[in-house]
Every structure is written in structure tokens, then in C-alpha cells.
Ligand binder design. Sequence first.
Ligand SMILES: Cc1cc2nc3c(=O)[nH]c(=O)nc-3n(C[C@H](O)[C@H](O)[C@H](O)COP(=O)(O)OP(=O)(O)OC[C@H]3O[C@@H](n4cnc5c(N)ncnc54)[C@H](O)[C@@H]3O)c2cc1C
Length: 476
Amino acid sequence: MTIVLGGGISGLSAAYYAANNARNSAVILLEASSRVGGWIQSKTSPTGAIFEQGPRTIRPVGLAGKNTLNLVEDLQLSNKLIHIGQSHPATRNRLIYADEALHLLPASLKGIFKTISLLDRPLINYLWTDLKAPKISKEDDSIYNFVQRRLGQDIADNIISPIICGICAGDARKISVNFLFKSLFEAEQKYGSIVKGILANRLKKVFSKSKDTVKENNAANLHLTLADIAEKERWALWGLEGGLEQLPQALANNLRERGVKIQTKAKCEKLTFKSNHIELLINGNIQECSRVISSLPAKNLAELVQEQHPTLSAELEVIPTVTVGVVNFEFQGDVLPLQAFGFLVPPKENLPLLGVIFDSCVFPHKSSTVLTVMMGGAWFEKYFGPNPSEEQLLTTAIDHTKNILCIEEEPVAYNVAVLKDCIPQHVVGHTQRIKRIHDYISAHHIPLRLCGSSYQGVGLNDVILSAKQAVCDIVQ
Ligand SMILES: Cc1cc2nc3c(=O)[nH]c(=O)nc-3n(C[C@H](O)[C@H](O)[C@H](O)COP(=O)(O)OP(=O)(O)OC[C@H]3O[C@@H](n4cnc5c(N)ncnc54)[C@H](O)[C@@H]3O)c2cc1C
């Protein structure tokens, strides 16, 4: 029997892939809280607008993006899928708020030849800095240091730091470049420059493309999957009508229909690996199984294995997390100065806001404007202390948002949430740490596999793919 720990999207996906595998006789999923879905939570305003407390959009690209679309198709959710393309204003218009003004980032190759209001010269000029900067051989570095030495401090402060706030609510001075921007880091380490590395990779692709064309031609007449359509139509982003929470709900329904037992309010308190089985302490009772897939945040898993495997526990324990304050707003009518995905705030602005997403520009709702304000992240305690009230978060969000976007109206509806420890931080040395964790598990023949946002990336695509890989691994 396989037990999956955690009923967020990654645990549900792991149970789904395990149930698909004929060699998994029985699968049980244990979730500590009273609901499944983890950080995915869609709420509805009185007018029917969707307030996403957690994730809202998914990118369709790459192996991981295609894998999620395949899952959506298998769950028969394709008819609920909504998407936007490359020319949509929410794809093209991405803003940074700095020096008391909103600045547009270039949306195309042409844009890098023009001076943008955020920087004092066109982006193309910064590429010269990269070509001239010496290579520094390293195993890893922070994204901030890497960008500062290759492209200059302006780009590190004004562009990359806010982008990192948008990706993981984190501090670019701590996040690992070898993990998050692996191909750029490898370009420096191998070719001595980002530009040279990108050109070399482009050339390699051109040469391998002729082979792919043969494959594509052969496949041209076959049935087009959702992932094929997304690629063909060049989707930029997708979501689900009625909210993203339908994805974990559809997974849970599918699992129940196939006899997978989902136990909520079932907190695992300890794992003990015996010679031929595993004992799990759940709400004070012992349950047994032959293998465990954990989708728990690394810190939570660390507690469960602390007694029997202190070395493993110590490695898991130090993967940090950050807390995000989320406030969703609905305003009547169109109150925005322009149509865009939203804006991000560089940490050097010393504001409690990480950024604001213009939800209703991406997926419109009647005639109202829906916004989500993300706050705190790596700086949560600095701006809000250990225990802020909802009132404090709401006032901070509304005051800054109205001021930055010159909104005079009051919101007609709102939702406030503090998402404690919601995003793991893949800090410098993360890749090596993950290798040590996997090496330990395999050297000690522990029938345990890991998935979820602590390890291979925080995006929904990453955590779903990590679940598929964990199942493959444990079955083998
Ligand atoms: C505000 C926010 C916005 C985001 N936006 C996006 C986005 O737009 N696009 C995108 O791709 N990604 C986004 N993400 C990232 C993505 O939502 C998460 O990385 C993903 O949902 C994590 O899923 P998970 O299953 O790995 O973890 P979780 O959702 O944390 O699930 C883990 C589960 O384990 C349970 N658990 C914990 N301890 C125990 C225990 N001892 N026993 C049993 N159960 C336990 C928890 O209750 C929880 O349900 C966002 C994240 C946040 C927080």
C-alpha cells in the first residue's frame, strides 16, 4: 500500500499518478486540514467575481506545462479552461512601480533597442556589459550577485529583484541562480557570458530542428491534444473559469471514484521505517504501509523523520519559507489606468507590497475590476511584525493600491488572508542540498519519495511534474 502525505495539488497529483499505476495495489491520501487543495483556494465575491487567494494562472510551456495540460484533459476540465495569447494586453504589458511611477517593461525584441523609463539606456546596451564582464567560476551564487556582475546593478535592482518577488515572494540576494536561472548560469560558466551562451544554444537548436521537422510531419495527422493546441495557438497563460480550485477538486473526485481513500483532518505526526514496512503515527494511532510519497513542505517532513533520521531532518529543516499577505479587491466599473498583467515593486522602494495583479484584465468579470495585492514575502516581519491583524493588511493594501493606481473609488468587496510559510525559498546551494537529500534516502534504502514545492520549483507545473516523477521513482 502507498500512502501519500498532503492533499495540496502535488499530493493529489501523486495519488492520481499512483492510482494510474497498476502495480500500486492501494493508495491512501492523508491531509492534515479539513479540505484538499493546499494553497489553491478560490473564493467568490457577492457579484460572482473570483478571488484567488493563491495561484491563478499557469504557463503552458515546456515539458511541465504540457504535463499539466494533459492532466486537465484527462480530468475532463478542458471545457472550463480559459486562456490568453501572446498579443493580449495582459501578456504584453508588465509594469514595475519605482520612483513613484509605473514603468512598462519591453514586450518584444524591438523594445530592447529603446530606452525605457525605468533605465537610463536601452536594454541592448546592458548586453555589452555582459560580453565584457569576466567569468567567475562558482558552484552557485545569488541571483542578485549574478545579474549585478553580468548586467549591472540597475538591472539587478530595478528589473530582476522585482521579478523574483513575483516568482517566489523572495529576496534576489538569497535565491539560487543555479536553481532558478540554471541555463543563464550555465551559459556564464560554460561560455563566459549570457549572450554567448544563448547564441550557442540557439545554434544547437537550429541544427537539431531539421530532425524534429520530420517527427512533426509524421505526427501532423494525429489527434491534437490540449497541449498541442496551446503550442500551436501560442497561448501565454491559462486558468479555469470559476477558479483554479476546480483542479484539486476534480482530482479529488476522480480519486474517490477510483477507490482512493482521502482522509482529511489526518495529520501525520511521525514516520518510522521498519525492515519491511513503515509505521505512521496519525492523530495518535499507528497506520502501516509499504511506501510513502511526501508532498509536505520540507520543514513539516523534517519533524516526522527527526527521531530516526536526524541527518535527513536537518537538511529538510533548513529549506526556508516566506509568508505572504494577500488582499483581493473588487471595484465597480473599470478603475485601472491601463490594461496589463499588473505591477511588481522592487525591494529597494521599501514598500510592503510585492506587487498587484490585475485579475480582471487577464480574465474579465462583468464590468468590475478585480485586483490582488501580494504583500510581505521575504520582508513580511519587517513590515507587519509577527502577528498583524486583517485590518492592518487591508488598510496597507488599499492605501498603496489606490495611491499607485490613482483610484478614487472604494472597493465593493474584498478578501484578506495571511498565508503563513506558503512559499519555500530555493536559496543559494539548493541544488546541492536536494542532491544530498536524495542521496541519503537512496543510500539508506528508505521507501520514501518527495514531491511538492520545497524541492523542484514552486510553480504548479513544477509540483505536478514532481509528483509524477516521485511515483515513477517509487514504482521502479
Ligand atoms: C499567494 C500564492 C500565489 C501563487 N501563484 C501561483 C501562480 O499564479 N501560478 C503557479 O504556477 N503557482 C503559483 N503559486 C505556487 C503554487 O500555488 C504552490 O507552489 C502549490 O500550490 C504548492 O502545492 P503543494 O501541493 O506542493 O503544497 P501545499 O499546497 O502546501 O500542500 C501541502 C499540504 O500538506 C498538508 N500537510 C502539512 N503537514 C501535514 C502533515 N503532517 N500531515 C498531513 N498533511 C499535512 C497541508 O495542510 C497542505 O494541504 C502561488 C503560491 C502562493 C502562495
